[in-house]
Design a protein. Structure first.
Lengths: 257, 373
């Protein structure tokens, strides 16, 4: 694995009025890495992620994503990243194929590229039967796999996944992580937030945010050693024992944990 | 350009797939056009007429007959006293009470003048005014005939010469109310549908979370906005077309002016409305909020548009406000072009204001649409 940094964050801060949602966080993510971004509800994960994907303006600090500055070059960042939000974000009233066409189209893919990608995606996910069905009629697990594949349509350097497996069954979660591994193997960086600590074990490195700050950042193995824990769940509980009771504005609603 | 094409394609698919919205977009406005144009009339007809005849002579009965014979009045009751008459008016059973005093004929013969009591239900002031005019006219006619009958030959020489006016009604010779209303209601429907659809569209994407997904794509603001608004611009023009066909076929409204000019003006006008809709959706978080705000503007615009009440009879301050009302210009232009055959130079003042409005509203809309917060 190359040790080239695709995300570089230095003292990145976001304030909403008096409330500091993200408090001077610093970290790097390497190319091809699966980077777990953990934290309790309201710890500031989503806010931090929104700054990195260019839909939230940082209050201060520096961040370079895919080689571009989050203040000056957001359009270039967006061209080079994929994003899948915790709020499922394909169009329910379009078919699987139409969603692929639309998102491929607005990322500037050519017609034959879209066609190629559509066939490939449908074959990979074995969606032949439902390719012309409305996305709204599909089970949640399928939708999330499709959403992930759609986020990869334009071959982004980094994919940001915001609680991608919320509300799906363990089998689908396992399949989803297999997809993540395959993607990472092709050199795509994965930046993922999750509340499932077993998923955290799958990551190459994990950061744990508490009250807007990154309290720990290392491989799962080292974190467990450091905090003398048998699994990531214990590490998380030790670090995030006193979660903040004030939920920041602009953070999504979390349902788990 | 290609990216805009993908957005337009998606919007059209979503519009035509929405089985709940499709009839609302196309069928409902047309039904409204047909019903409203027939119902929303200012002609005062079928006035419920009643009288108290304390004179009870052939002369007083002749006067009542005049009212009975008029196509505007329906004789509903004769009351023995004012008390009953007043309570009937309180209940809304009668609109007009004519009170013929005792010795009506005698007094007129003797003193060459007499009084008649007329009571009008004036809850609706403008209707009451019109009713008053009708009543006065009938009484005056009756009076003229009576004078001739009651006059001595010597009076004839001193009789004043009457001035008669000959009126000709231009642009709507038959005073057909629908000719006036149909272009206006057409304006209303085109505006209503496009404003509501565009106002709720982007907010809907906010609600379901797809807007965030769009915002993380490298799509440009202008591409997104043009792609979003173009379908509704098209729908507006299609509505105009269907409306014009109905106006011609069902109401037989003369379309004197140039169709090209109407479409040209409407296509610019629609930009104003879409800009307002987009502006609304940028400042709201739910479709419900957007709907309320759009409705608020719609009511103010409509009531101050000159569609139902002439702008000229509003107070001066209100007339200044109507300068900012795009619907006013659209109503004026449609009536001018459709009924008078106005040319581009005739509607130039309205056109320039509308164009300016379109530039400002869309400027504000693009400016307030934020891909980042």
């Amino acid at each position: 694995m190359e040790s080239q940094n695709v995300i570089q964050v230095q003292s990145l801060t976001k304030k909403f009025g008096d409330f500091t949602a993200v408090d001077a966080i610093s970290f790097e993510v390497k190319k091809g890495e699966i980077f777990g971004f953990l934290g309790a509800n309201g710890a500031g994960k989503t806010t931090a992620m929104k700054m990195l994907i260019g839909i939230s303006m940082p209050t201060s600090g520096e961040a370079i994503v895919a080689g571009f500055d989050v203040y000056k070059n957001r359009d270039n960042i967006k061209r080079n990243i994929g994003y899948m939000s915790q709020k499922f974000a394909l169009y329910d009233d379009l078919t699987v194929k139409e969603n692929i066409t639309f998102f491929g189209g607005i990322y500037g893919l050519k017609k034959n590229q879209i066609k190629e990608k559509t066939t490939q995606l449908i074959n990979d996910l074995a969606l032949q039967e439902v390719a012309n069905k409305l996305v709204g009629s599909l089970p949640l697990g399928w939708k999330q796999k499709i959403a992930f594949s759609v986020a990869l349509l334009h071959n982004p350097k980094i994919v940001f996944l915001d609680e991608p497996t919320g509300g799906v069954d363990p089998i689908t979660r396992r399949q989803f992580w297999e997809m993540i591994y395959q993607t990472a193997n092709t050199g795509t960086t994965i930046f993922v937030t999750t509340h499932y600590m077993d998923e955290a074990e799958y990551c190459n490195r994990v950061s744990i945010m508490v009250n807007g700050k990154i309290e720990a950042l290392d491989t799962p193995k080292k974190l467990k050693e450091k905090y003398n824990a048998t699994n990531m769940n214990d590490v998380f509980l030790k670090l995030a024992r006193s979660p903040s009771l004030t939920l920041p504005k602009g953070n999504g609603t979390h349902t788990e944990n | 350009m290609k990216i805009i094409g993908y957005i337009i394609q998606k919007e059209f698919k979503q519009i035509f797939r929405n089985k709940g919205m499709l009839p609302i977009i196309f069928a409902v406005p047309l039904i409204q056009l047909i019903i409203l144009s027939n119902a929303a009339t200012f002609e005062i007809k079928n006035i419920k007429f009643s009288y108290i005849d304390s004179d009870n002579t052939s002369f007083s009965r002749a006067l009542v007959d005049k009212f009975d014979a008029s196509k505007y009045f329906n004789l509903v009751a004769r009351f023995p006293s004012t008390k009953e008459a007043n309570s009937a008016m309180l209940n809304g059973d009668v609109d007009v009470i004519l009170e013929i005093p005792k010795y009506f004929e005698k007094t007129l013969l003797k003193h060459k003048k007499t009084d008649l009591g007329v009571t009008i239900d004036a809850i609706n002031g403008s209707a009451a005014g019109v009713e008053n005019v009708y009543i006065t006219e009938i009484v005056q006619n009756f009076n003229k005939n009576a004078r001739v009958e009651l006059m001595q030959p010597s009076d004839v020489i001193n009789m004043p010469k009457n001035i008669t006016t000959i009126t000709s009604f231009w642009y709507n010779e038959t005073l057909n109310y629908k000719t006036y209303m149909v272009p206006g209601i057409l304006v209303l429907l085109v505006t209503l549908i496009t404003l509501f659809l565009s106002g709720m569209n982007i907010v809907r994407e906010k609600e379901i979370g797809t807007l965030e997904q769009i915002n993380v794509t490298p799509i440009k603001k202008y591409q997104f906005i043009i792609g979003k608004l173009f379908p509704f611009w098209m729908i507006g023009l299609v509505l105009l077309t269907i409306g014009l066909i109905i106006a011609k076929l069902i109401f037989n409204i003369p379309i004197v002016g140039s169709l090209g000019l109407m479409y040209f003006y409407t296509s610019v006008y629609l930009l104003v409305i879409l800009g307002i809709g987009l502006f609304i959706s940028n400042f709201t978080d739910t479709q419900q909020q957007a709907m309320f705000i759009a409705w608020f503007f719609m009511v103010v615009f409509l009531l101050m548009s000159g569609l139902f009440t002439p702008v000229e009879s509003m107070p001066t301050w209100a007339q200044y406000i109507t300068e900012f009302n795009p619907i006013k210009y659209f109503v004026q232009v449609m009536r001018m072009v459709m009924l008078k055959g106005a040319s581009f130079s005739d509607i130039f003042p309205q056109f320039i204001k509308t164009l300016g409005y379109a530039v400002i509203m869309n400027g504000l809309a693009v400016w307030s649409y934020k891909k980042i917060n």
